[in-house]
Design a binder for this molecule. Structure first.
Ligand code: 3PG
Length: 393
């Protein structure tokens, strides 16, 4: 990958694609992990005398200007939390950008308004990409977590400017490709979250490299149904059962072992203040839903993880947002942190898993927590992401 150098950007006007798609509540950033992940690149550009102009999307405003999706609170965040002056520019193309740049000095950092206020962004419209590029000398792509989108700010713009990878994107690509392509064996995959369908590609791509696939979270239920168990009111639909059947079939020809929960923490609803109990998988009551993996399953998973030298984890193992059902994810978090301490490579990917790791306190104990949700999944499926392809040498 072509990573940015000081010569490439010295005293230049640089358009830097970041992913500031972060949760904001009442005008305040409530999880700044993604912002912090870009600081190394921002500081590098700025300290080398570039005028650094940040461009990002936030949410899905569907091509229309909408204050609820404005990036303005992030300029405020830079000032308040990081004591950095970041000038906010009310649009991402046109005269306002040119004016702001003509007043800009080396080392200045500017932040453009949400690029998805323009429908042309997601259409990867070529003349819009040209307009975006026009006031700049260089483009730096640092938004790994948006690199699976072929949009004007991630892909189109590279047609008009010399393009480089930022340090976050470089790090994500280097760690994820090494664990995907050359993991030190044995490799264990831990898969959770709600949809089997989302994980088919990863399982198919990684099946011949992994020794074990541990399945938890709501995606375990379609597998249990496919194996003939009944799962009560647990989250499970026909589409995901079909996907689970497909995966079980694919795995028949592979050496990898798939491990499903043997016991489940059940509750009356996702809002229950406490769990109703732990049941064996062949004994889930009709009126209950499974909301976490049980203690026996944690032990079982732990046994398999014990041997692993590489671990990739995508998707929480229970409804971790509710403390009554966070235990399975937390216990496995402790185990994988321990593994990382002993020298195993432990990579966590996926927006929800990253949030769980942060909320439950094991994010700092692992080798790498990817900023990518969909992007890290597609990367692990072996795809060349459209936002990365133009940066390859
Ligand atoms: C993400 O949160 O995964 C990225 O910011 C991409 O967002 P999107 O799914 O709306 O394109």
């Amino acid at each position: 990958i072509r990573t940015v150098t000081s010569e490439a950007i010295k005293n230049k006007k640089v358009l830097l694609r970041v992913d500031f798609n972060v949760p904001i509540k009442d005008g305040r950033v409530i999880d700044d992990s993604r912002i912090r992940a870009h600081l190394e690149t921002i500081r590098f550009l700025s300290s080398n005398g570039a005028i650094t102009v940040l461009v990002s999307h936030l949410g899905r405003p569907k091509g229309k200007r909408n204050d609820a999706y404005s990036l303005r609170p992030i300029a405020a965040y830079f000032k308040e939390v990081l004591s950095m002056d970041v000038q906010f520019v009310d649009d991402c193309v046109g005269e306002v950008v040119k004016n702001a740049l003509s007043n800009g000095k080396p080392q200045d950092v500017l932040l453009l308004e949400n690029c998805r206020f323009h429908p042309e962004e997601e259409l990867n419209d070529e003349s819009f990409a040209a307009l975006l590029a026009e006031p700049f000398d260089v483009f730096v792509m640092d938004a790994f977590s948006a690199a699976h989108r072929a949009h004007a700010t991630t892909r189109g713009v590279t047609k008009f400017l010399p393009a480089y990878a930022g340090f976050l994107l470089e790090k994500e690509v280097s760690i994820l490709s090494s664990v995907r392509d050359n993991p030190e064996p044995p490799l264990a995959l831990i898969l959770g979250g709600s949809k089997v369908t989302d994980k088919i590609g990863v399982i198919e791509h990684m099946a011949n490299k992994a020794s074990t696939i541990l399945v938890g979270g709501a995606m375990a239920f379609p597998f249990l149904v496919a194996k003939g168990y009944s799962v009560g009111k647990s989250k499970c639909d026909e589409e995901n059962v079909t996907s689970a059947r497909h995966i079980l079939k694919v795995l028949e020809d592979e050496e990898v072992e798939i491990i499903l929960p043997v016991d489940i923490v059940v509750g009356e609803s996702i809002n229950s203040q406490q769990a109703s109990g732990v049941v064996k998988v062949d004994n889930v009551p009709d009126n209950m839903m499974g909301l976490d993996i049980g203690p026996q399953t944690v032990k079982e998973f732990s046994k398999h993880l014990g041997k692993a030298k590489s671990i990739i984890w995508n998707g929480p193992l229970g409804l971790f947002e509710n403390p009554a059902f966070s235990r399975g994810t937390m216990e496995i978090g402790k185990i994988v942190s321990e593994k990382a301490k002993e020298g195993a490579v432990v990579v966590i990917g996926g927006g929800d898993t990253a949030a769980a790791a942060k909320a439950l306190g094991f994010a700092s104990g692992v080798t790498h927590v990817s900023t990518g949700g969909g992007a890290s999944l597609e990367f692990l499926e072996g795809k060349i992401l459209p936002g990365i392809e133009p940066l390859l040498e």
